[in-house]
Unconditional design. Structure first.
Lengths: 117, 116
């Protein structure tokens, strides 16, 4: 398996523009997580899905942020309009949750570094 | 809500030495999982080791081992025979596997530097 695939790896945009980050989870994983990492706040959970359904979006900072998971193999995180304080590394991770070996372990993508000017 | 505390922002050791990173957590749950993740300069988050709270035996993975003290809510990581490639940020993380809470809560990290 190729692991969790995120795109783009780097994104530089201007304030006010729409940003879309994409994630392909590992096949067979039924959980997908979006995390944001900044120097000030560390790693924060934004939202997570189970079987394509959002379970907890309490970490989404404001209405400018939205996330979707239209099917088991694809998710997007959208920021519209973007602001300089959104600059961060955004990680997608996936896992499966069963009482078997290897379960409950999040596998992370390489992250998308977003810079909003 | 669960919290994870890493009290050592930075550490450095000589190559081949042993180093221990500390982590404490707060929870009222009895069943949970604890993890150490490594983040090298490439920024990729890599699982180092995992511990189930119901297991009394400390987890080990080659040069990496943990000291899990459930009553004290402590979960330290020991790296033996440290190597230059161990230089990274290390994050301790907690997970409650009950439905609706299956998310990792991370500590603030410890930046470890292995000195040649």
């Amino acid at each position: 398996d190729a692991g969790v695939i995120q795109s783009p790896r780097h994104e530089v945009t201007e304030m006010g523009q729409e940003v879309t980050l994409r994630c392909k989870p590992i096949s067979g994983h039924d959980y997908l997580f979006w995390y944001r990492q900044t120097m000030m706040r560390g790693l924060e959970l934004l939202i997570y899905f189970n079987n394509n359904v959002p379970i907890d979006d309490s970490g989404m900072p404001e209405d400018r942020f939205s996330a979707k998971m239209p099917n088991a193999s694809f998710s997007t995180l959208k920021i519209q309009p973007s602001e300089p304080r959104d600059s961060a590394v955004y990680f997608c991770a996936s896992s499966f949750m069963l009482s078997v070996a290897g379960a409950n372990v999040l596998t992370f993508g390489a992250g998308s570094r977003l810079t909003v000017l | 809500a669960q919290t994870v505390t890493q009290s050592q922002p930075e550490m450095s050791v000589q190559e081949a030495e042993t180093v221990t990173l500390s982590c404490t957590y707060d929870t009222s749950e009895n069943n949970y999982y604890l993890f150490w993740y490594k983040q090298p300069p490439s920024r990729q988050m890599i699982l180092v080791i995992r511990q189930e709270a119901y297991k009394q035996q400390n987890a080990t993975e080659n040069r990496f081992s943990v000291n899990f003290q459930k009553a004290a809510k402590s979960f330290s990581l020991k790296i033996s025979d440290s190597q230059l490639g161990d230089t990274a940020m290390y994050f301790c993380a907690f997970m409650n596997p009950n439905f609706g809470n299956e998310k990792l809560t991370f500590g603030t990290g410890t930046r470890l530097t292995i000195i040649p």
